[in-house]
Write a protein that binds this ligand. Sequence first.
Ligand code: G3P
Length: 222
Amino acid sequence: MKLYIDSANLAELEALTDSPFVDGITINPTLVAHGMGKEHVADVEYFDYLQKIRKYSPGELFIQLIYDDRETVQYEIAKIRELIRWPVVIKVPANQDGYYTVSKLTKEGIAVAVTAVYSPGQACLGLAAGAKYIIPYYSRIERQKEGEGLKVVKEIMNITGPERLLVASIKTEEDFCLLLSNGVKNFTVPYSLYRAMGKNEMTDVAVQHFSESFRVDWKRKK
Ligand code: G3P
């Protein structure tokens, strides 16, 4: 299983230093806007912020392109290559411009993930274009198709195989466990869900009880 955190919030990322088993970070323009507290920035500020994200990101960093046109993609990729420590996976939305970009970047040897995937057809075109990962939005599909989120994700996984599927837009522990028990291996979850999943108040009560039951005066050398 691979676990990624879907966040561009520097305080959250910094707090992940106590989570060495987290495989990496996924970001998108909305998360970056929230993290920076702005919706419009100069590219210098943006790349500066990306460097800060990279500083606290373990493993792979999935960066979604913010380009407006194909020429800008080249500039954006060149800056990411120059300024950001790799391994980086470039995220590209599942649309016609996106498939073009996937195929171009893949030929340059760059790992690409096709994101905002809602249907098996988009997954097929993403793979045909050369994507390493396909990223369906579980909760959004669930809302769009009224309760068919798992069915659609499984159809997509039948096409991609579990290794190339990374499921995003997971809102609850129940969603996560349902997907895991149905064969999904790679997840990206919000930081708040990641923290909530690892905690139960009864565990805290049990730990308190253990520490009240028994103590050892350790003679450790300093
Ligand atoms: O990275 C994709 C993810 O942020 C979409 O999730 O929670 O906005 O549906 P959500």
